[in-house]
Design a protein around this ligand. Sequence first.
Ligand SMILES: Cc1cc2nc3c(=O)[nH]c(=O)nc-3n(C[C@H](O)[C@H](O)[C@H](O)COP(=O)(O)OP(=O)(O)OC[C@H]3O[C@@H](n4cnc5c(N)ncnc54)[C@H](O)[C@@H]3O)c2cc1C
Ligand code: FES
Length: 373
Amino acid sequence: MNLDFLIAPLVVGIIGTVLAGLISLIDLIVNNYGEVKLSINDGKKVVTVKGGAPLLSSLAEHDIFLPSACGGRATCGVCKVKIKSDVGPYLPTELPFMTQGEKQKNIRLSCQVKVKANLELEIPEDLFAIQKYSTTVTSIKDLTPDIKELKLALKDPNQISFKAGQYAQLIIPPYGKIKQFTQRAYSISSSPSDRTSLEFVIRLVPGGIATTYIHTLLKAGDDLELIAPLGDFYLRESEADMLCVAGGSGMAPIKSLLFDMYEKGITKRDVYYFFGAGTAADLFYIDLLKDLEKKWRTFHFIPVVTQMDSNDKWKGETGLVTKPLEDFLAAKIPKQNPKQAYLCGSPGMIDAVIKILTAYEVNKDDIFYDKFS
Ligand SMILES: Cc1cc2nc3c(=O)[nH]c(=O)nc-3n(C[C@H](O)[C@H](O)[C@H](O)COP(=O)(O)OP(=O)(O)OC[C@H]3O[C@@H](n4cnc5c(N)ncnc54)[C@H](O)[C@@H]3O)c2cc1C
Ligand code: FES
């Protein structure tokens, strides 16, 4: 039998296999950076890591945690670090997050820079307070059709210290088709006075890695690791009127802020909390905040429902959360009072609220926010 017709595909196959092998070999040789030293703050701390991995995860292996809200996907821009050594030009993924001043100081996104040689870094001392904690799920329950409340107990002998408004990175283990550990940011909704357990409010993002795990697989008794405390969304001391605006799970850090203020007796300034929900079924913690309003004379809670159903019994404000905010700014909150704003939720909502606040002459420097993106 003449098998000539097989020769060509066979040769192509062999060449392909040899080339693939060569590429793997070259990759192994070229990308084998061996052991690399990271010298932090003029050699006060030196760690040895295996070269080739991103700086963010290389540091984390030695329990040095830089802030990170997106889990290394170059979408949050908070994992900035000053690198004194030359690590090559900025990557296109870094540039949108860098100001001219930061570029001059060689500030880089640590999740994007790969460790290929010894590096000198500058890390602010207060970041060394960020730690990894082991926890156990104590409860997980529905607050709305797509929002769950998650309560975690820190494993003994851990106690956490954080500022109300800050967030944690929950570490989601591999499951199903997800083969790697994934980290996502979630604001702590409990008060910092509780140092042994943490509460979170988590909205399901359809198809989302972390929220699918939390909503469908995680259960009471399971272990979960997290990194905390992170973020600069916290109360700034002031006597100015305080405007809080949150949508959906954006409730989390605002709840923590308000209960912390009440517990500490920071109750003199006027506080207005506008909380937006899509439908009446999406409202939650309403009784809890109404009770707080009864106890706290200068706290005003204004929940708002965007879409009303003919069967809904909701008697409160309706429309977008920006509507009562504008009404209050126009007629109910004295114009001459200095104001500070704390916003939390989707980027779209936050941008819309900032527009209104600045139109009412709230100083941009007095507007603090966490965009849940
Ligand atoms: C500082 C900070 C604090 C946060 N706090 C909270 C919190 O308290 N509660 C909470 O529920 N979430 C919070 N988030 C959002 C959270 O970190 C995740 O981004 C979100 O839960 C989606 O994660 P995932 O892994 O399920 O989805 P992914 O697997 O990351 O995303 C799946 C798909 O959904 C899209 N997507 C991602 N996030 C959203 C979103 N929020 N809305 C619509 N589409 C999205 C992605 O672009 C992707 O296409 C916070 C984010 C930040 C930056
Ligand atoms: S961790 Fe989000 S950009 Fe680096």
